[in-house]
Ligand binder design. Sequence first.
Ligand SMILES: Nc1nc2c(c(=O)[nH]1)N[C@H]1C(S)=C(S)[C@@H](COP(=O)(O)OP(=O)(O)OC[C@H]3O[C@@H](n4cnc5c(=O)[nH]c(N)nc54)[C@H](O)[C@@H]3O)O[C@H]1N2
Ligand SMILES: Nc1nc2c(c(=O)[nH]1)N[C@H]1C(S)=C(S)[C@@H](COP(=O)(O)OP(=O)(O)OC[C@H]3O[C@@H](n4cnc5c(=O)[nH]c(N)nc54)[C@H](O)[C@@H]3O)O[C@H]1N2
Ligand SMILES: [Mo]
Length: 636
Amino acid sequence: RITKPMKRVGDRYVETSYEEAIDQISAKLKRLIAQYGPDTLGLYSGNPGALSFSSYGFSDALLDALGSRSKFMIGSIDHNALMVAAREMHGSEAVILLPDVDACDYFLLIGANPAVSKMSWLGKVSDGWTRLRKRLQGGARLTVVDPRRTETAAHATDHLAPRPGTDWALLLAMITVIVEEDLVRLDHDDLIDNADQLFALARQQNVASLAAYCDVPEAEVRQIACDFARAPTAMAITRTGTAQGLGGTLAEWLTTALNMITGRIDVSGGRFMPAWPYSFPLTDRATPKAGPPRPSRVRGLMPVGGGYSLAELPGEIETPGEGQIRALLINGGNPVVSGPQGQALDRALGKLDLFIAVDLLQRESHRLADWLIPASHFLERDEVHPYLHSFNDEPYIQASRAVMPTPDAMIPDWLFLRRLTEAMGVEPFEGAIKTPDDLANLMMQPAGLTADDVRAHPHGLMLGERTMGHYWDYLRTSGIKADLCPSNLLLLLQQRLETMAKDAHGNMFTIISRRQNSMMNSWLSDTTGAHKRPEGLDTIGLCQADIDRLGLPIGERVKVQSKVAALSLVLELDETVRPGVAMIEHGWGSRIFSPLDGDVAWRQGSLRNILVDNSTLDPLSGTPRLNGMPVSIESI
Ligand SMILES: Nc1nc2c(c(=O)[nH]1)N[C@H]1C(S)=C(S)[C@@H](COP(=O)(O)OP(=O)(O)OC[C@H]3O[C@@H](n4cnc5c(=O)[nH]c(N)nc54)[C@H](O)[C@@H]3O)O[C@H]1N2
Ligand SMILES: Nc1nc2c(c(=O)[nH]1)N[C@H]1C(S)=C(S)[C@@H](COP(=O)(O)OP(=O)(O)OC[C@H]3O[C@@H](n4cnc5c(=O)[nH]c(N)nc54)[C@H](O)[C@@H]3O)O[C@H]1N2
Ligand SMILES: [Mo]
């Protein structure tokens, strides 16, 4: 655990004071900005970094105060597809339609495994998997769409196992069936645009060839589409299985379209928009602070959720010219492990003039950092997070209490970030906000609540019932219409339909991954020790038919080769994966270093994501193929 600021001296680190760290970092940063402009400072906010209200607020504010737009976000290896589809269809990236689990009769889960991952994404359904199962016990139906027969599929009424990355075609086929069978039910058609265009598109499709492309039985697709449309209440949900591939934005669009044409939006048992008293206005969330969004310098991709794609970061560091990133802050993330092609990012990180990592430990991604700054642990933070709570499926807000003391001499990471901003001669939030509570209070002002009011209710504040209708209200009051067939997405779909025939990978396999209960992406298993991977025993799982076809022995090492890297893994029989698919767990292989002596304190397994190339992305979301990357498998 890092508990004091540490400065790199040669290949070791020495402990320093906060004063020295802030003095030296700000002096160097000032020189770099004077020479290269503010965009030279980049920020990568990882998943824990972005979920820490205080840390995210003050790291984002540092870049805003300096005028840098070089923000790289977790969304590009997670949920960008959802935000892009929301922007195109609902006019704002922040319109997230949550599942009303407790009244649903038909769950269609696409690329989600809540039995392990629980039920939260950009939206929170507390204990959602338990609540979903309660519905199943009461007779609700569950259809799981996943190339692997997952822990969730074990509870399902039916399981479809399409080829990875083809969900958009499956959804288009379902929409086509619903249009052909006259099962469309469009509520509020005065608030919906381009419905006719979607129906015309559907009528041009051939369900049999779409099903063949996904490699699922046509009759099952037809049956599921009709049953879904006829169910009293129903919802289709996607998660990372679809979002973390090349078809993510199309799948998000067509899932929402499927829900919309079967009357599942903003009704009980369907998908609804949360709008609780403490939810601050959508327009505020969507407005970029450092000016209008502009395409990235090297690849020309537009930011999503205010951030560029992590896949672009190596190029932005290594390509000379105005705006080149020479200083980087990684806050609560492990992008060399959790992002695509970590070997390329690792090489680029070595070329930075100034590299600061804020984390609990020095991990793989922080190997080359000039400064290691201690992060406060979630058990040490006392915070109210109105933003996260605005995505609750009920109007419920609760303070999280610190239950452990912060190590002596350590200050919270947000305070380090504030002091660093001030040392740069600017103020975070233009001086209007000094503490995380100030920020929370500002956000909750419309509800007449303060952070202390929330703290006064240790078991949380329930501000009413779950209510529906906010989505249609939002459209009405903002004067926009839901777009059922957005032109950007339609264009992408047409391209995919044209190249569909060439989309087969021949003898190649496509890789997917799996989460473990006791791991959180690349961490937690290390510190809790709850889940271990014996050294050198990383596996790749194939079904029996594929193992027979390859003629390779189970338990032996195989060479797994992608376009950009090769790994040596042990071949394992995994009867849960469909033919043509290989399962390699993500999250292993991240070293933990002991900064004072430079030793490696921990390492298990190997880095799976080095196989994923960072150049092939969903063009709208900037997401790489964490799922669906083609690889070949051969004997060593
Ligand atoms: N225990 C535990 N819980 C977690 C996490 C963790 O690491 N550990 N991570 C948290 C985080 S950060 C997130 S974002 C959420 C994610 O929550 P989920 O999205 O539910 O995550 P997964 O469990 O990975 O489920 C994704 C499923 O998609 C399938 N899949 C892969 N490719 C495709 C495809 O092309 N099409 C379809 N239809 N399916 C596909 C995979 O086989 C997998 O079963 O979970 C959160 N919860
Ligand atoms: N192949 C494959 N790749 C994936 C996924 C997958 O399913 N398959 N999942 C993707 C998803 S959904 C996500 S969200 C990303 C995650 O991507 P990242 O967030 O970049 O990576 P993590 O592995 O979660 O690493 C989190 C880091 O945060 C640190 N940390 C923990 N708590 C705190 C804190 O309170 N403050 C600070 N400052 N640091 C903290 C940990 O020590 C660790 O170093 O990975 C993505 N990558
Ligand atoms: Mo995630």
